[in-house]
Design a binder for this molecule. Structure first.
Ligand SMILES: O=C(O)CCC(=O)C(=O)O
Length: 275
């Protein structure tokens, strides 16, 4: 049975986003939050910076990269059945994880620059979704605590020249209870909000999935430790796009010498798949 209600599916297609509320139950949410707290504690213990000065105006944003290397729970999140269902529906069967990182916006945090993630990975024109963000809310997220801000329907912009200069002024904040998953078309223009609260944390995890011919932001073969790599099963390795082979799936029927498939069949099959 589908985990994605029809109205959410329609909203994702037409508006570029949808929220699947409370996909994690309280113990699951606690487990993920505990893991994230451990990561931040360990980064501090090692003296690693949690401030990305290239992205964030001040150090009230705590950035955590390479999540699958820190705890198996993050690999489980990437493979959550709802995530796999929705990425396959939007991007098709050939999907890999380009990046998985966390951004904890503490009081005083300020917005980064507005962008679409597909525009970070793929030159224009952006005619189809080649990327999808699946964002886990580890706290209630809302305007005042700096929830991600986005421009509804901005996935319709196909070129840099179409993107309005005042786009940052058209954003609205996501609102979702802790444990929810936000699905956002990779072409949606968005930014982080300002956390204007006294004490409310806003932690969100950003799973960035792409079609498997798009080069990943992270090379997992290099970034995951040998121990993590050894712990991954074949399904996880494939989802992370790991191993000696990279971009060989799409044209495989075309190049393979096979007595069962003649060129005209392959050409019409390819035309159907690309339609
Ligand atoms: O933290 C957020 O709300 C947005 C983060 C983001 O868009 C990014 O890191 O690219």
């Amino acid at each position: 049975m589908s985990m994605i209600p029809d109205n959410a599916r329609r909203q994702l297609r037409e508006e570029g986003w949808c929220v699947l509320p409370k996909l994690m139950n309280p113990p699951e949410l606690r487990r993920v939050n505990d893991a994230l707290d451990r990561v931040v504690g360990e980064m501090r213990r090692r003296g690693a910076s949690t401030h990305s000065a290239l992205l964030d105006p001040n150090d009230s944003n705590i950035r955590v990269y390479n999540l699958p290397d820190w705890d198996p729970v993050f690999v489980e999140l990437l493979r959550h059945p709802a995530c796999l269902e929705i990425v396959r529906e939007v991007l098709g069967e050939g999907v890999i994880v380009s990046n998985f990182s966390g951004n904890i916006a503490l009081p005083g945090s300020r917005p980064m620059r507005i962008h679409s993630d597909q525009a970070l990975s793929v030159p224009d024109p952006w005619l189809e979704p080649w990327a999808l963000n699946l964002i886990w809310c580890l706290d209630d997220v809302y305007d005042a605590n700096g929830a991600t801000r986005f421009v509804p329907r901005s996935h319709k912009y196909t070129r840099f020249s179409e993107v309005p200069k005042d786009l940052a002024e058209q954003t609205v904040a996501f609102e979702a209870p802790a444990g929810s998953l936000i699905a956002m078309d990779g072409r949606v223009w968005h930014t982080s909000g300002s956390n204007r609260t006294e004490s409310a944390r806003r932690a969100m995890l950003f799973g960035y999935y792409v079609r498997d011919f798009v080069r990943q932001q992270v090379n997992w073969d290099v970034c995951l430790s040998p121990e993590t790599q050894a712990s991954l099963d074949q399904g996880a390795r494939e989802l992370l796009g790991m191993g000696p082979k990279a971009n060989v799936r799409i044209g495989s029927a075309l190049s393979r010498l096979s007595p069962d498939a003649e060129l005209p069949d392959i050409l019409s099959q390819g035309a159907r798949e690309n339609a």
